[in-house]
Design a protein around this ligand. Structure first.
Ligand code: UDX
Length: 448
């Protein structure tokens, strides 16, 4: 099938490369000419395992092309995917400028039937707005050019996006048209061989499904973080509690890992946007507001622990920080807990020596050159001359460490672990003071 993807960001590139890989003729369009020129040379602007190879290979086989001309893109595909960004507005609602801009471009240039597919995460009701935007630009050509708009939310996780696209749990399509059902079935047939993964539903339910899925996952994380905080007050170990509750299949083990808060481009933005939509329609989502409040507070807990352990004395201290990305296998630092910690540390007059296997360049891009930030090239080099170690991301490379060496290298034998990577006994055996999230030694108020 001939397919056009508008927007060569994270979702657009993964969607385009994966659909090309199963044999479709895909054109990825972006208005950023520099980005498109780089992509044409096979340079992929984002870090995602396997993506660069997949793009190159499909370009060589001429199933995947790039263009900076939206007009060319509209001419190419029977299916027109919209995968442009929906950044949050000041008030937390999703900004639809780019989505509606693409819709108008499609309306202006299309010369025959097109299916317009919303892949971007957009508020419930956006498909209707896209329909209207296209219709408004047709200017008397309504009789010649028919079109449908459908919703096809993505459920990709950064770091596992190709796997998620190819072997995801479901493919949700929101439409009320039989013709669209047939075409989308054809588009996704290669992914639905083993079992039928396509779920057809009405457009608004599909749009809400995306938000509800992310809000549910974010709720699980804030819930376990609240239990972790409670465990510290009560002298319990949240890791044992996690095992205890996860064994119940109604609860399950997924997404109940306590930590220093969720980040990334999706959960924070989507929870806010859904809460905003809920208040707009007069049905305030109290739980979602709580999920967000708990998460914001969680991101400040590493600093609080550090401050308590060092008796409030952070000025002039050097803190080693392992993990800048919001999670492993990505260089993405959007809404990362590490950022909240770094900014609090700088505010308190501390210096940071940070190491991340992938996100150093991104950190430099965000914060620039500064005397109170040193980006180490090696994990253990970040420890040298530091007064404490804080772990923000659970990269594999942090899981196996020599605690004796850490104890010897740090000025002050203190480890604050935001991801519960180690057993407290092992760390403490090396003479390190160890504080994790909701387990072992506690820096909270006295036990009740
Ligand atoms: C998420 C959804 O998983 C995906 O389906 C959706 O399409 C986009 O948003 P992503 O943001 O890439 O994907 O990351 P994910 O792996 O889900 O992790 C999000 C955050 O939650 C990370 O900061 C992670 O550290 C945190 N997390 C996750 C926890 O703190 N505990 C957990 O148990 C799981």
């Amino acid at each position: 099938m001939k397919i056009t993807i508008h927007g060569s960001g994270y979702v657009g590139l993964v969607t385009g490369a994966c659909l090309a890989d199963v044999g479709h003729d895909v054109m990825c369009v972006d208005v950023d000419q520099v980005k498109v020129a780089r992509l044409k040379r096979g340079e992929v602007p984002i870090f995602e395992p396997g993506l660069e190879d997949l793009i190159r290979h499909n370009m060589e086989d001429e199933r995947l092309t790039f263009s900076d001309s939206p007009e060319e893109g509209v001419a190419h595909g029977l299916l027109q995917f919209i995968a442009v960004g929906t950044p949050p507005d000041e008030d937390g609602s999703a900004d639809l400028t780019h989505v509606l801009g693409v819709a108008r471009t499609i309306g202006q240039h299309m010369d025959g039937y097109r299916v317009i597919i919303n892949k971007s995460t957009v508020p419930v009701g956006t498909a209707d707005k896209v329909h209207q935007a296209v219709a408004d630009t047709l200017e008397g050509r309504q009789a010649e050019v028919d079109f449908d708009v459908c919703s096809n939310p993505e459920f990709l996780k950064e770091g596992a996006a190709i796997e998620d696209f190819s072997r995801g749990a479901r493919i949700v399509i929101g439409t009320d048209s039989d013709k669209v059902r047939k075409l989308m079935r054809e588009c996704y047939a290669p992914y639905s061989r083993q079992r039928d993964k396509l779920m057809f539903m009405d457009v608004r339910s599909a749009e809400l499904t995306k938000y509800a899925a992310n809000a549910m996952l974010a709720t699980k994380i804030s819930f376990i973080n609240e239990i972790a905080n409670l465990a510290e007050h009560l002298g319990a170990d949240v890791e044992q509690v996690r095992h205890g509750i996860g064994s119940d299949p109604r609860i399950g083990y997924h997404f109940i890992y306590p930590g220093c808060g969720y980040g990334g481009s999706c959960f924070p933005k989507d929870v806010k946007a859904l809460a905003r939509t809920a208040s707009e329609v007069g049905a305030p989502a109290r739980m979602l507001q709580a999920v967000e409040t708990v998460n914001d507070a969680q991101k400040t807990r590493l600093f609080d622990k550090l401050e308590l352990a060092l008796h409030g004395n952070l000025k002039g201290r050097t803190i080693a920080l392992w993990g800048l990305a919001f999670k492993p296998n990505t260089d993405d630092m959007r809404e990362a807990p590490s950022r909240v910690l770094m900014e609090q540390l700088w505010q308190a007059g501390a210096r940071i020596q940070a190491y991340d296997p992938e996100a150093s360049a991104e950190c430099h891009r965000i914060y620039g050159e500064r005397s109170d930030l040193c980006l180490s090239k090696q994990r253990d080099a970040a420890l040298e001359g530091a007064d404490a170690l804080v772990i923000c991301t659970e990269w594999k490379a942090f899981r196996t460490v020599d605690f004796d060496k850490i104890a010897r290298t740090l000025n002050h034998p203190l480890v604050i672990d935001g991801r519960n990577l180690f057993s407290p006994e092992d760390v403490e055996a090396a003479g390190l003071e160890y504080y994790a999230m909701g387990r072992g030694a506690s820096l909270q108020h006295p036990r009740v």
